[in-house]
Ligand binder design. Structure first.
Ligand SMILES: Cc1cc2nc3c(=O)[nH]c(=O)nc-3n(C[C@H](O)[C@H](O)[C@H](O)COP(=O)(O)OP(=O)(O)OC[C@H]3O[C@@H](n4cnc5c(N)ncnc54)[C@H](O)[C@@H]3O)c2cc1C
Length: 459
């Protein structure tokens, strides 16, 4: 008897999970509040491109999709830092030049996953249906269609993969002893673009496509990721509100495209000639907000489970939100395979495995915002990266920098963070010991010289 699942949300996590379960013979129904992207050719969403790294690629490989996905991706082996003068500096992400994060079109990736899932006869997608509640006792999710008609869907497993503002999580929040916290970043984001060019050293790209471009400006920044059509999607991260007594950029003070152009001429001058649509895009494109959501438990009634952003929305500064959603899918199907007749136990194992890792990447993503927007601009950052890469080169197994552990390995996030902290403490101790030895050697040398001088005077 095949097992059955209902998945709420046909985003990145929901579509991959539907594909995994379809591969394993499950009867799957996916309900998505938006229309069918196959009909209109795109998937709506917040950011246009995404950085996918080892974790995401590993999950896609398991799905048999890695090579198809890689065809659409652009390798980014490092960051290109843009100073206020327009000078650029490339800093590799890893000591190993073969390692790179990949820039993908979000809609192309979502479409590929959706098509792969829909190719299984046992997987069925229903679009324009929004989850509006759960029937906990009856073990069902309640959906509302475009005509206002409700659908009650029951299954052995019901997964809320419905993103940061999850309706399923909203239901869980009303339960006693449910722990929930949501913190909003003081910064918002706005998407802008750099179109392809006809000539130039990187044509059709206006800048080197083999990098994630960053304009670090202390309290704010802009980044740009390449797209296969030769364009870049830029994301501007500015505070929502002005900081009193400063002239810092904010969405509250820079109110329209003209003011933005002025500010760009001052702070992002090398980008201005590459952004002919800046004024118009600044006026038209909305400002998005970013939240960190932590909650517990992720499951209810032995059949309901949260996955991806619904369980752990994180800020995008480590480029790991989608990667983490994909890892959730792997962990969930592994737990279901370990417990073929016990969904309740499987989802409990899944949540206990994933929660500490979700918490760890949430913290690291917040810390990385400060690194990207501020520390990357300082010489110490470049020196630290050089030191990390040198140590990794000398001792590839003993010393692996945090960025490599997070982006180029599948070591669980919590273990990666703990290991990097241990390594950093070791480097500090070795540094202090080396400095101590140097001081001691100097002292011995000085002592010897003084003794010789005194001896010479006595004779
Ligand atoms: C600016 C920005 C940049 C980012 N960059 C990166 C990056 O470089 N790398 C990376 O790994 N991650 C990145 N992320 C994070 C990434 O987008 C998310 O972590 C990822 O999309 C989560 O996948 P998901 O399936 O959990 O949710 P989503 O992809 O958000 O999918 C949720 C789906 O559920 C549907 N839905 C919502 N509510 C309902 C409902 N009530 N009923 C039915 N359907 C519903 C939605 O329409 C959507 O299709 C970024 C995020 C932002 C905001």
């Amino acid at each position: 008897m095949p097992r059955s699942a209902v998945i709420i949300g046909a985003g990145l996590g929901g579509s991959l999970l539907a594909h995994y379960l379809g591969q394993r013979g499950w009867e799957v129904r996916v309900f998505e509040r938006r229309g069918d992207p196959r009909a209109r050719g795109t998937v709506g969403g917040r950011s246009i491109n995404l950085a996918i790294s080892a974790r995401g690629l590993h999950a896609l490989e398991r799905a048999g999709l890695a090579s198809a996905v890689k065809e659409h991706g652009i390798r980014m082996p490092g960051r290109m830092l843009h100073s206020t003068t327009g000078a650029t500096a490339f800093i590799p992400y890893s000591a190993d030049p073969t390692r790179a994060i990949m820039s993908f079109s979000r809609s192309a990736l979502n479409m590929l996953l959706l098509r792969a899932a829909a190719a299984h006869p046992s997987v069925q997608f229903t679009f324009d249906h929004r989850c509006i509640g759960l029937d906990e006792q009856g073990g069902a999710a309640i959906m509302e269609g475009p005509d206002g008609v409700t659908v009650r869907a029951t299954a052995d497993l019901i997964v809320g993969a419905d993103g940061s503002f999850s309706a399923m999580r909203g239901h869980l929040e009303r339960r006693e002893r449910f722990e929930y916290s949501q913190s909003s970043l003081a910064h918002g984001y706005k998407e802008l673009s750099i179109p392809p060019v006809a000539t130039g050293p990187h044509a059709p790209f206006a800048m080197d496509p083999k990098a994630l471009h960053i304009w670090p400006r202390g309290s704010s920044m802009m980044i740009a990721l390449p797209n296969p059509d030769g364009s870049f999607t830029c994301t501007l991260f500015w505070p929502f509100d002005a900081t009193p007594g400063t002239d810092e950029s904010s969405f509250a003070t820079i109110r329209d495209g003209r003011a933005a152009l002025e500010r760009f001429r001052r702070d992002y001058s090398d980008a201005v000639p590459l952004m002919p649509e800046l004024v118009q895009e600044y006026n038209q494109n909305p400002v998005g907000s970013m939240i960190t959501v932590r909650c517990w438990p992720w499951t209810m009634g032995g059949r309901f489970a949260l996955l991806g952003d619904a369980a752990h929305a994180i800020v995008p500064f480590y480029g790991q939100g989608a990667n983490a959603s994909f890892e959730d899918c792997e962990a969930l199907v592994d737990a279901l395979e370990r417990n073929p007749t016990d969904v309740a136990r499987a989802i409990d194992e899944y949540q206990h495995e994933r929660k500490p890792n979700a918490d760890a990447i949430a913290d690291m993503a917040l810390t990385n915002f400060v690194e990207m927007r501020d520390r990357t601009a300082h010489r110490m950052f470049k020196l630290k990266k050089k030191l990390d890469h040198t140590l990794n080169h000398w001792m590839p197994n003993a010393f692996i920098p945090l960025y490599d552990l997070v982006s180029f390995s599948t070591v669980p996030y919590a273990a990666a963070r703990a290991r990097a902290a241990r390594q950093d403490r070791m480097v500090v101790r070795v540094g202090i010991a080396a400095a101590g030895l140097l001081v001691a050697a100097l002292a011995v040398g000085i002592f010897a010289v003084v003794r010789r001088m005194l001896a010479a005077e006595a004779t």
